[in-house]
Design a protein around this ligand. Structure first.
Ligand code: CP
Length: 306
């Protein structure tokens, strides 16, 4: 695998088309025979530096790293010296001084991961594991890989992303990755309060899920990210589900082969019906499985062992 060097993975936009495809090709190769890559990064150390909760991202990074033979150290912000007032930059310098090869960072503020990466020395690779509303690049790789493995090619697909787009780093990374891969259409659907005010290049906004679902090949549902906004008048969960929940009936408006995605965590009965989560068109569990392969590909690429 010949992939140009990538020092840090901070967002999707910074990847060239060739780098993106090389990462996806490598992840697909790993998915076919993960054992062939066992212990390629033996002895190297990864720190998970998470300041927000996570199930999928943190654990799949940990499993990916361990499958590659890395040693993993988890930083728990609530039991760290952050609670004694240590500034983030001092925590970061303390950790980099200990010599890990990789630090994954999740933080609630948009600019934090990029500014910390600028402080890292060459021997340490930084991976954005989700920052504020800005980016979640490894989730976008997971989503693109999942479509590549199930649909072959993203280019001919009509993709609908629905729910809370405004507060979603997943949406921003997904838009970037699908646009880079040449998706036929990218539709953004949600109540006006949860749609971005600005127009996003290469996308079209919808304020009806029925309309956005009609003719779609992929529907990606997003939860409402209440932790990212203060006062916002939103309908209660039952009323939201009535208008914005992906039900089997609404899914029936999409193309017959339409697949359903969700980055998780899923709120059943709010943005998506249980029957759809567990239904035959759902790729949600495959997304979780592919999370390990995509992150193995990222680690191998950054550490130049692809
Ligand atoms: N998709 C995602 O980022 O999930 P977690 O918050 O559980 O990591």
């Amino acid at each position: 695998m010949n992939n140009p060097a990538i020092q840090h993975l901070l967002d999707i936009d910074s990847l060239s088309f060739e780098q993106l495809n090389a990462l996806l090709d490598l992840a697909a190769e790993i998915s076919r025979d993960p054992g062939a890559f066992a212990n390629r990064l033996e002895g190297q150390i990864m720190i998970n530096l998470f300041f927000e909760p996570s199930t999928r991202t943190r654990l799949s990074f940990e499993i990916a790293a361990k499958r590659l033979g890395m040693r993993v150290v988890n930083f728990w912000s609530e039991s760290s010296s952050s609670v004694k007032g240590e500034a983030l930059i001092d925590t970061f310098h303390t950790l980099t001084a200990m010599g890990p090869e990789v630090i994954t960072i999740r933080h609630s503020r948009d600019g934090v991961v990029k500014s910390l990466a600028a402080e890292a020395d060459k021997a340490c690779h930084i991976i954005n594991a989700g920052n504020g509303r800005h980016q979640h690049p490894t989730q976008a790789l997971v989503d693109a890989l999942t479509l590549k493995l199930t649909r072959g090619d993203v280019a001919p697909l009509v993709v609908t992303i629905a729910g809370d787009i405004e507060h979603s780093r997943v949406a921003r990374s997904a838009i970037d990755v699908f646009r880079k891969l040449g998706a036929a259409e990218i539709r953004l659907a949600g109540p006006e309060e949860l749609l971005p005010c600005e127009d996003i290049d290469g996308t079209e906004k919808f304020t009806s899920l029925d309309e956005a679902a009609r003719g779609a090949d992929v529907i990606m549902m997003l939860r409402i990210q209440r932790e990212r906004f203060g006062e916002l008048e939103l309908p209660d969960e039952a009323a939201y589900f009535e208008t914005w929940g992906l039900t089997p009936q609404r899914l029936g408006l999409a193309n017959e082969a339409c697949v359903v995605m969700h980055p998780g965590p899923v709120n059943r009965g709010v943005e998506i019906a249980s029957e759809v989560v567990d239904g035959e068109q759902s790729l949600i569990r495959q997304q979780a499985k592919n999370g390990v392969f995509a992150r193995m590909a990222v680690l191998l690429t950054l550490l130049n062992k692809a």
